[in-house]
Design a protein around this ligand. Structure first.
Ligand code: BES
Ligand code: MN
Ligand code: ZN
Length: 497
């Protein structure tokens, strides 16, 4: 989809479809009232007759209008004015894109594009509308033998008025589409089946990103190099797999050459059977999404490169499969991590922390300004927070606050859980320095405590996206989270927003 900003009056002018926002209690928005006047009160009459309530996400397409040059009007519900927020605005834009996907309009004007809605700047309106429309238009059909026809809608206009508003809207469109591009890549990688999206596939994707963007350089370490670096924990996870493990390093050089990078580490388990501690069969297919952290980190790098963010960012992706096999790691096996600490593997299904701990130790060599790891790490996090918020755990309050704020701005929220001494104490082993699991209680937190033993001296945060990176059920598929949160956090560090 192509997006453009247009300055001048808000009454539609020539368009295949004017999209009008309607509040459930307050009725038409300012731009909606202008359209209503041009249509001799037709919209007000529709609302009065009770045919459109303005409930959040509701849409109604009026395929004819009395306004010259304006072929259609799409009404979009914004919900109650009280409590209206960015998430609601995005849902409305997404609903509009879905409603228009099956309509005949080749272009549309998204009228609530300026600063007429409380709490949304011209920039934020254009950014979130374009991002949400892209998100709604996303399809994953590369494995379908007959592809559904693409929708007719090709161009979306954002009419704005006032000095400087056009440039602000254009900046919003650039950021919105740039973030959406990375998010779509993350979704596609995670949606791909595990026989396609292997560790080697992720490595190839990193290489092709580096080919596409001048600011990016990819380095792929193979198993021999991983062994040489002493990553015994990482190697223990791949021991049962026929697919070779990879350690992907993708660097974005956007800042000064000596500037400390922000390091993003993504869990890249391309399939998690649980290993010898085998998972139950129900919905095991969903464990193809266990590389959601890797997908999110690679997606964020694509956005960072597209947007040309002026800072250094390094992505580290340890990637392998977790399979049962005669050669697989056994419960009771003890491994030596790259840090020198030994770990007793009590449960081979707690594999994410085993690949991440070595990647976090590896991250130290970059002397990072901050390290954020991203992982579908624990079912316990899904129980604690459900599917709306990502679990955030950090030993650095400033970094945690920055991530929480970025999540709010980007409508990709996180919620902080503790990483503290009481929980950490449970990591006890009679045979090694510590085990890879404790009891079930507080599982998201004890996993973070495990990781924190490898991040001493670094500003570190951990995002557990087990509940937010994908949806199950009829809408099964990857969400592309936390790409918006990560990119926002990086944008915030550049001082722009
Ligand atoms: N990949 C899973 C976590 C997961 C579970 C993500 C469900 C999304 C949905 C992870 O590797 C895992 O198996 N974790 C175990 C840890 C346990 C053995 C301590 C879990 O959460 O059950
Ligand atoms: Mn597991
Ligand atoms: Zn896993």
């Amino acid at each position: 989809m192509e997006y453009f900003a247009r300055s001048g009056q808000k009454t539609p002018g020539r368009t295949a479809c004017a999209v009008v926002g309607v509040f459930e209690d307050d009725g038409l928005t300012v731009s909606g009232k202008a359209v209503d006047r041009a249509a001799d009160g037709m919209l007000a009459a529709i609302l009065k007759a009770g045919d459109f309530s303005g409930k959040a996400g509701q849409t109604a397409l009026l395929p004819q209008t009395p306004i010259k040059g304006c072929s259609r009007i799409l009404l979009v519900g914004l919900g109650k004015a009280d409590g209206f927020d960015t998430a609601r605005y995005r849902a409305a834009a997404g609903a509009a894109a879905k409603a228009l996907a099956g309509a005949g309009a080749g272009d549309c004007l998204w009228l609530p594009a300026g600063d007429e809605l409380a709490g949304l700047s011209v920039y934020a309106a254009a950014r979130h509308a374009s991002e949400a429309m892209e998100e709604a238009a996303y399809r994953f059909d590369e494995q379908k033998s007959s592809k559904p026809k693409p929708g007719k809608l090709k161009r979306v206009g954002f009419p704005v008025s006032g000095r400087g508003a056009k440039a602000e809207a254009e900046r919003g469109i650039a950021d919105g589409t740039g973030i959406a591009e990375g998010q779509a890549l993350a979704r596609t990688l995670a949606n791909r089946p595990p026989n396609v999206c292997t560790p080697s596939h992720l490595a190839a994707v990193a290489r092709s990103l580096a080919k596409e963007h001048k600011s990016l350089t990819a380095t792929i370490h193979d198993e021999a190099q991983i062994r040489k670096m002493g990553m015994g924990a990482f190697l223990s996870v791949t021991a049962g797999s026929r697919q070779p493990a990879k350690l992907i390093v993708l660097k974005h050089a956007g800042g000064a050459s000596g500037e400390a990078p922000v390091v993003l580490v993504g869990k890249g388990i391309t399939f998690d059977t649980g290993g010898v501690s085998l998972k139950p069969p129900l919905a095991m297919d969903e464990m193809k999404f266990d590389m959601g952290g890797a997908a999110g980190v690679l997606g964020a790098m694509a956005s960072v490169a597209r947007l040309g963010l002026p800072l250094n960012v390094t992505a580290i992706v340890p990637t392998c499969e977790n399979m049962p096999d005669g050669n697989a790691t056994r419960p009771g096996d003890i491994v030596r991590t790259m840090s020198g600490q030994t770990v007793e593997i009590l449960n081979t299904d707690a594999e994410g922390r085993l690949i991440l701990c070595d990647a976090l130790t590896y991250a130290k060599r970059f002397k990072p300004a901050a390290v954020v790891d991203v992982a579908t790490l624990t079912g316990a996090c899904v129980i604690a927070l459900g599917h709306y918020m990502t679990g955030l755990m950090s030993t650095d309050d400033d970094l945690a606050d920055a991530l929480l704020a970025a999540g709010k701005t980007a409508a990709d929220k996180a919620w902080r859980l503790p990483v503290s001494e009481e929980y950490d104490r449970d990591l006890k082993s009679n045979f090694a320095d510590f085990p890879n699991v404790t009891g079930r209680e507080g599982g998201a937190i004890t996993a973070a405590c495990f990781l924190s033993r490898f991040t001493k001296g670094m500003s570190w945060a951990h995002l557990d996206i087990a509940g937010t990176a994908w949806r199950s059920g009829a809408q099964k598929g990857a969400t592309g989270r936390p790409v918006p949160l990560l990119v926002q956090m990086l944008m915030d560090r550049t001082g722009a927003s």
